[in-house]
Design a protein around this ligand. Structure first.
Ligand SMILES: NC(=O)c1ccc[n+]([C@@H]2O[C@H](COP(=O)([O-])OP(=O)(O)OC[C@H]3O[C@@H](n4cnc5c(N)ncnc54)[C@H](OP(=O)(O)O)[C@@H]3O)[C@@H](O)[C@H]2O)c1
Ligand SMILES: *[C@@H]1O[C@H](CO)[C@@H](O)[C@H](O)[C@H]1NC(C)=O
Ligand SMILES: *[C@@H]1O[C@H](CO)[C@@H](O)[C@H](O)[C@H]1NC(C)=O
Length: 310
């Protein structure tokens, strides 16, 4: 990627963000987002990556309120313990716990799965939520560019390692679910197949968007495989919208200032159940590919943008 294409990537990402903000404002003028109604989900188990903060924390809270056993996967012990304490207090659900998982380390993901499997409990919902956005050029433990390694490869590995448990836990009419959090920036992303690690020229915007596009493609492919095998597991990808969280901390100061001053108006509240909690249960259990309100056309569009990838 040349410096000019890095600038172009940034402009496209900002345009995608602005379009979502506009849509959110219009929706709000037309009466806002409907509050979804959830059925209680006792006896079901969920893992939420990045459940210590932001959308993941709110999602964990929604799930805990429904009576689910919620396991927060995170990489900061003290922060996670505090989150678990608060969640228990606010939801009066004692089945909320933390298991260490650094998604920027394959070894840590393996250990997390090992510890989870030792519990000998089922898994009904896996929320692939943790993520970083537009961080400076950095590498994961395993030497991958951070967006690609953490947002995408980390969740790719985690999902694959948990797939057998998900398969065993789903049943007819009661599918287990993989819910992956993408972003509208995937619409403007490009997969740079010659340089997935952005080593030639780094664009934080391009790298973030690329990792989110990779998650969308992964989900489509996984859903195809699950359906073909007749598994009672569905894979969906959701776009939470533009939400007031700490995800924006690495952005250019001008953007952070706008967020600080106008966030209350332009951004969704992180507690909004339509961010993600809603997406989990709004659709009937048999639905597949709820994701970004996708249509057949979107799939066509994606495959034409990423030739060679299905
Ligand atoms: N906010 C938005 O407007 C927006 C829009 C579209 C998509 N999204 C997506 O929504 C998801 C959640 O973002 P958010 O807005 O809620 O951001 P956030 O408040 O920054 O939360 C991100 C979460 O991921 C965790 N995390 C980061 N690195 C990790 C690692 N190496 N291992 C394990 N956990 C890690 C963080 O834990 P620590 O706090 O301990 O670091 C935190 O709990 C992301 O995938 C993001 O791309 C957000
Ligand atoms: C962990 O979270 C605490 C509390 O939010 C914070 O003060 C600390 O810097 C975090 N540690 C790391 C390594 O990010
Ligand atoms: C998806 O989008 C179409 C039009 O683009 C709209 O009619 C439909 O209600 C949307 N579905 C959801 C679940 O938002």
């Amino acid at each position: 990627m040349s410096p000019l294409s890095a600038l172009w990537a940034a402009l496209r990402v900002y345009a995608a963000g602005a379009a979502v903000i506009l849509e959110q404002l219009l929706r709000r003028c037309r009466g806002g987002f409907p509050e979804p109604v959830f059925a209680p989900q006792p006896d079901r188990v969920a893992i939420v990556t990045g459940g210590t903060d932001g959308i993941g924390y709110s999602t964990a809270k929604h799930l805990a309120r429904l009576g689910m056993h919620v396991i927060i996967a995170g990489n900061n012990n003290s922060k996670a313990e505090e989150a678990v304490r608060e969640l228990k207090e606010e939801t009066l659900n004692v089945k909320v716990e933390f298991l260490y998982c650094d998604l920027a380390s394959m070894a840590s993901i393996w250990q997390f799965v090992q510890k989870f499997k030792m519990k000998k409990i089922p898994l009904h919902v896996l929320v692939n939520n943790a993520g970083v956005m537009m961080v400076p050029q950095r590498k994961t433990r395993d030497g991958f560019e951070e967006h690609f390694g953490l947002n995408y490869l980390g969740h790719f590995l985690l999902t694959n390692l948990l797939l057998d448990t998900l398969r065993e836990s789903g049943s007819p009419g009661h599918n287990a679910r993989v819910v992956t959090v993408s972003s509208a920036t995937h619409y403007v992303a490009e997969l740079n197949m010659d340089d997935l690690q952005s080593s030639a020229c780094y664009s934080p915007h391009g790298a973030y968007a690329q990792s989110k596009l990779a998650l969308v493609l992964f989900t489509y492919h996984l859903q195809g495989l699950l359906a073909a095998a007749g598994s009672h597991v569905t894979a969906n990808v959701v776009d939470p919208g533009v939400v007031h969280t700490d995800l924006y901390r690495h952005l250019f100061w001008g953007t952070r200032l706008v967020k600080k001053l106008l966030g209350w108006l332009l951004f969704k509240a992180q507690s909004s159940s339509t961010c993600l909690g809603g997406c989990l249960f709004l659709t009937p259990p048999e639905s597949t590919g709820i994701h970004l309100n996708s249509t057949h056309q979107e799939r066509e569009h994606l495959s034409s943008r990423c030739p060679g990838i299905r």
